[in-house]
Design a protein around this ligand. Structure first.
Ligand SMILES: O=C1O[C@H](COP(=O)(O)O)[C@@H](O)[C@H](O)[C@H]1O
Length: 224
């Protein structure tokens, strides 16, 4: 893994947006459609604010979340809502969103349909991941039931996760899908997450530190 430290958060968001645009533009030169996977949560909002104004052919970009919480878009917890409000606006409004949520009480009912749309996007051209201080990435949480299956070579593309103590179920891209991306970036902020990613690289045990599975070949972008 490569670790890039930025002088401050604003600089990181602008520089990282430029890196992502450069990679997406390069991919568009040799592919009809280009897939771009992005995280939800609290970290990427300011990055999306920069990215959405980038001037390139967004109409050929397929945007997919790395994971979604099983809540409707009206919820503040919806990662899709974050995308619609902060990324899929301005020039980026022309991109196509591949949903990871559909209205149903549980994700299991919709998982087969949602998975069908994921296959044609692979391998993901450009992947941006977030990480929690507990070393989870996407919705691969340490200790979640069924986590082992998400790291198997032939894991399904999408899985349901129910992290311990969480209020809602989740849908997540699995480890082979994430690790197989052609360009991989991880965005983290603050001292606690820096320590967590250092710990994960030493542990190198995806069940304890799920982020470990995607560290090889990734660039970690950090600002305090
Ligand atoms: O729940 C989630 O957590 C991670 C990290 O979120 P953050 O708020 O600490 O930035 C995020 O990457 C993931 O997409 C999200 O569903």
């Amino acid at each position: 893994m490569e670790f890039v430290e930025y002088p401050d958060r604003d600089m990181m968001m602008i520089d990282l947006a430029n890196i992502l645009v450069t990679e997406l533009t390069a991919a568009l030169k040799h592919e009809d459609r280009v897939s771009f996977a992005v995280p939800g949560g609290t970290t990427p909002g300011p990055l999306f604010d920069s990215l959405c104004a980038a001037d390139f052919d967004w109409s050929r970009i397929d945007v997919i979340l790395t994971d979604e919480r099983w809540v409707p878009e009206t919820s503040e917890r919806s990662n899709t809502r974050l995308l619609r409000e902060r990324l899929l606006v301005d020039r980026a409004a022309k991109a196509r969103l591949i949903p990871l949520y559909a209205e149903a009480p549980t994700p299991e009912e919709k998982l087969p349909d949602l998975s069908i749309a994921v296959g044609p996007l692979l391998p993901i051209n450009v992947l941006l991941l977030g990480m929690g201080a507990d070393m989870h990435t996407a919705s691969l949480f340490p200790g979640a039931e069924g986590l082992e299956k998400a790291f198997e070579t032939h894991a399904p593309l999408l899985m349901t996760m129910r992290p311990k103590g969480a209020t809602e179920a989740r849908v997540t891209l699995t480890a082979p899908v994430l690790a197989g991306a052609m360009a991989k970036h991880i965005i983290i902020l603050g001292v606690e997450k820096r320590k967590a990613i250092e710990k994960a690289s030493k542990l190198d045990d995806p069940l304890e530190s799920p982020i470990s599975a995607v560290l090889p070949g990734s660039t970690v972008h950090w600002a305090e």
